[in-house]
Design a binder for this molecule. Structure first.
Ligand code: S3P
Length: 178
C-alpha cells in the first residue's frame, strides 16, 4: 500500500468512541464519514433497538453483514462499525477487504461511562455481562491491522493518534515497497 488507505474501518466495543473518533478522523483526512448502524437504520426505517426487539439478534447480524458488503466499493471514507460487527467472521471479512482496520481499544470502565442508559444498545447490560462479551470479542478485535488506545483523551485527540499511526504505516510501507 503506497498511498493513504481508501477506506478506514474503526472496530471495537460499544462506547469505545468509534463514531465520535470516526467523525473527527474523517474531518482530518478530508474523507466522508459513514456509520454502519445509522445506515442500517436509514435503510430499514427503524431503530437498532426495535430490530433487536422485533426480529432478534440474528436478523440484525444478517442486516449488518449486508451493510458491510455494500460498503466494499466505498472510497475516501472512514467507517464506524457496530460493536459486534467485527466479531462475526463473514462480516469481518467483508469489512476488511481493501480497507485498513483499526481497533479502538478501551478500558471497560471508560466504555461504561460513555454509554447512555437509554436502551439504544440492547446488548449493553450490567458490568458482568459486558465483561463477558468483551472477553469473547477481544480475539476478533485483535485481528485489526492497527490497535490504538482510546481509553483517554477527547475524540479529536484519539483521532490525531490514529492519523499518526496511519501516516507511520503508510510511510513504512512506502519504504518497503521500493
Ligand atoms: C452492538 C453494538 C451497537 C449496535 C448494536 C449491537 C454489539 O453498536 O451495533 O446495538 O453487538 O456490541 P455500538 O458499538 O456503536 O454501540
Amino acid at each position: 500500500m503506497a498511498e493513504a488507505p481508501l477506506r478506514i474501518v474503526l472496530v471495537g466495543f460499544m462506547g469505545s468512541g468509534k463514531s465520535s473518533v470516526g467523525r473527527e478522523l474523517a474531518r482530518r483526512l478530508g474523507y466522508r464519514f459513514e456509520d454502519m448502524d445509522r445506515r442500517i437504520e436509514r435503510r430499514l426505517g427503524r431503530s437498532i433497538a426495535s430490530i433487536f426487539e422485533e426480529q432478534g439478534e440474528e436478523a440484525f447480524r444478517a442486516e449488518e453483514y449486508r451493510e458491510a458488503a455494500s460498503l466494499a466499493g466505498l472510497e475516501g471514507a472512514v467507517v464506524a462499525t457496530g460493536g459486534g460487527a467485527f466479531a462475526q467472521a463473514k462480516t469481518r471479512d467483508a469489512l476488511s477487504k481493501g480497507a485498513l482496520t483499526i481497533w479502538l481499544r478501551c478500558d471497560l470502565e471508560a466504555m461504561r461511562r460513555r454509554l447512555p442508559a437509554d436502551g439504544t444498545r440492547p446488548l449493553a447490560g450490567n458490568h458482568v455481562i459486558m465483561q463477558a462479551l468483551l472477553a469473547q470479542r477481544e480475539p476478533s478485535y485483535r485481528l485489526a491491522d492497527i490497535t490504538v488506545d482510546a481509553s483517554e483523551g477527547t475524540p479529536a485527540e484519539v483521532a490525531k493518534r490514529v492519523a499518526h499511526l496511519i501516516e507511520q504505516r503508510t510511510t513504512e510501507s512506502r519504504h518497503t515497497d521500493r
